[in-house]
Write a protein that binds this ligand. Structure first.
Ligand SMILES: *[C@@H]1O[C@H](CO)[C@@H](O)[C@H](O)[C@H]1NC(C)=O
Ligand SMILES: *[C@@H]1O[C@H](CO)[C@@H](O)[C@H](O)[C@H]1NC(C)=O
Ligand SMILES: *[C@@H]1O[C@H](CO)[C@@H](O)[C@H](O)[C@H]1NC(C)=O
Ligand SMILES: *[C@@H]1O[C@H](CO)[C@@H](O)[C@H](O)[C@H]1NC(C)=O
Ligand SMILES: *[C@@H]1O[C@H](CO)[C@@H](O)[C@H](O)[C@H]1NC(C)=O
Length: 467
């Protein structure tokens, strides 16, 4: 009896320490691509090619949840933003959501987290339901409890801009934005603390560095620096990388609201492997370096933690599983994947933390770590030959801004050559030159690409962006 009990206890402990160690690093499975593998194939790749311990979804796609059953992978699912307002006011709706999106798959699919919305506190368009977020989280939690599901944590993902001025210099100055601090963050931290859940954070040293590459050292952002030290004047804590600074800024922001102990889980982090002329530092070398270093950090045993939380184990999900060709925004957004859609690796990486004994492959040297200086135009991408789509894009770009397409009208300097391709390229360049500052990308659903070769001809001058 004693022997059996001992055996049970031992295997119990072994089981849990193993589970904790294998799930430390996972991957975000986004689906904004029209060329991605089917869920069962994607799940096989997650296990066989990446050795990931966990997977995070942006919904509760039943095909994917089914494909993840009996795989041992831990799973994070998501309540879509659109449902938050209604769920916040309606327990029956929360019960139904859990009843149809969690209960049928649990526990053979090892669901461990439910995020209520994705970075909703970063989008002012969502402002009208910010105040409903925490009650929606509470209702989902209650619905899980009604079904005796006790080991699933409820939270929401948060970007660095939930902090005042997105400030991480110094980390001890971190505080939540004043428009959400008392009204949303304080009750949210109370909920996370009561339920022993996590603050789900999306730290991206890449974006922070790319905004200020002259001031922030690249190796410091890549978790690669051996010598740079930054001392927080407020605490005396010494930092050796930007990632720790970002995480600790969240720690100090929570502490200021009276919650110093809530664990932080990295819901997303990553580095793009390709970008355009105006997107510095997006290359395979940097992406591989950052993600490999991150895996090493999260898998280190004993855990290393951060300066404010030394020795604390951390889990994280790398963004992303695949390059997603339909993700809007700058080119980098479509190149965060660890795998190409055909399943082959963008670069070698093993999320279980075991680098091959011979070491990883040599990486191509980075070519775009310095800011590009010069003019850029936005033109029709090679291979874009869908006339209907091109004409629709031209109508769209010409309908915005000031005299955007004036120069291509009959009799004007850019009317000749009178071809769709030439006119659309002009429209793209003219539109982008006016709206890049307010966030427009040279993408147009994949029809456009940046060029540094001036498409102007004769007296026809194409508008450009100057960096
Ligand atoms: C939320 O509830 C309102 C009122 O019942 C309904 O009209 C709306 O369609 C619901 N929204 C969603 C996303 O289900
Ligand atoms: C600390 O943060 C506040 C805003 O929350 C800012 O005004 C101040 O300049 C910051 N201090 C330092 C040293 O960065
Ligand atoms: C997969 O796609 C990538 C990127 O398009 C390409 O470089 C690679 O050769 C492809 N691999 C296979 C096995 O087709
Ligand atoms: C061309 O573009 C139109 C409009 O975007 C789309 O509906 C259509 O399916 C496309 N055709 C092809 C062959 O891709
Ligand atoms: C168009 O012109 C108006 C008035 O001069 C100006 O306020 C606006 O910012 C311009 N729009 C763009 C996209 O340049």
């Amino acid at each position: 009896m004693g022997g059996l009990l001992h055996l049970l206890v031992t295997s119990f402990l072994l089981y849990f320490s193993r589970a904790e160690a294998t799930s430390a690093v996972g991957v975000n499975y986004g689906q904004l691509g029209n060329n991605l593998p089917l869920p069962p194939d994607a799940v096989r790749l997650i296990k066989s090619r990446l050795s990931a311990g966990s997977v995070k979804l942006y919904d509760a796609n039943p095909q994917i949840l089914r494909a993840l059953s009996n795989t041992g992978l831990e799973v994070c699912t998501m309540v879509p933003n659109e449902l938050i307002a209604n769920i916040s006011a309606d327990q029956a709706l929360a019960d139904r959501w859990v009843g149809s999106n969690i209960v049928p798959f649990y526990p053979v699919t090892r669901i461990r987290h439910v995020l209520v919305g994705n970075e909703i506190l970063s989008d002012p368009n969502n402002r009208w339901f910010w105040l409903k977020l925490v009650s929606a989280m509470r209702r989902v939690q209650k619905a899980l409890k009604k079904n005796q599901i006790r080991n699933v944590k409820v939270g929401t993902s948060m970007a660095i801009d939930t902090l005042e001025l997105s400030s991480v210099y110094p980390p001890s100055n971190g505080s939540f934005r004043s428009d959400i601090s008392g009204s949303v963050m304080k009750p949210m931290l109370q909920f996370l603390s009561e339920t022993k859940s996590y603050l789900y954070f999306d730290p991206y040293p890449y974006f922070h560095w790319a905004k200020d590459p002259e001031k922030i050292n690249l190796d410091y952002a890549l978790l690669e620096s051996k010598s740079i030290r930054y001392t927080d004047p407020g605490t005396g804590l010494v930092y050796t990388n930007l990632f720790d600074q970002m995480v600790d800024s969240m720690v100090f922001a929570m502490e200021k609201l009276g919650y110093p102990n809530i664990r932080i889980l990295m819901a997303e982090t990553g580095w793009p492997s390709s970008g355009d002329y105006d997107q510095i530092g997006a290359n395979i070398y940097n992406a591989a370096t950052y993600n490999r270093n991150l895996v090493k950090k999260l898998k280190a045993r004993p855990p290393v933690g951060t300066p404010a939380r030394p020795g604390q184990a951390m889990q994280g999900f790398i963004f992303a599983l695949f390059n997603e060709n339909q993700k809007p925004g700058p080119t980098t957004e479509r190149h965060f994947g660890l795998l190409y859609p055909n399943g082959s690796r963008v670069y070698e990486i093993d999320l279980s933390g075991k680098a091959p004994s011979s070491g990883y492959e040599l990486l191509p040297a980075p070519t775009n770590n310095k800011p590009y200086k010069g003019r850029i135009w936005c033109v029709v991408a090679p291979g874009s030959n869908n006339r209907t789509a091109l004409e629709a894009a031209l109508t769209h770009s010409c309908s915005q801004g000031n005299g955007t397409c004036e120069a291509i009208r009959p009799g004007k300097a850019c009317h000749e050559p009178d071809s769709v391709l030439s006119h659309v390229s002009y429209g793209f360049s003219s539109y982008w030159a006016q709206f890049r500052k307010s966030g427009a990308s040279c993408f147009f659903n994949g029809l456009a690409t940046q060029t540094i070769k001036d498409p102007s001809h004769g007296s026809c001058k194409f508008p450009s962006v100057t960096l």
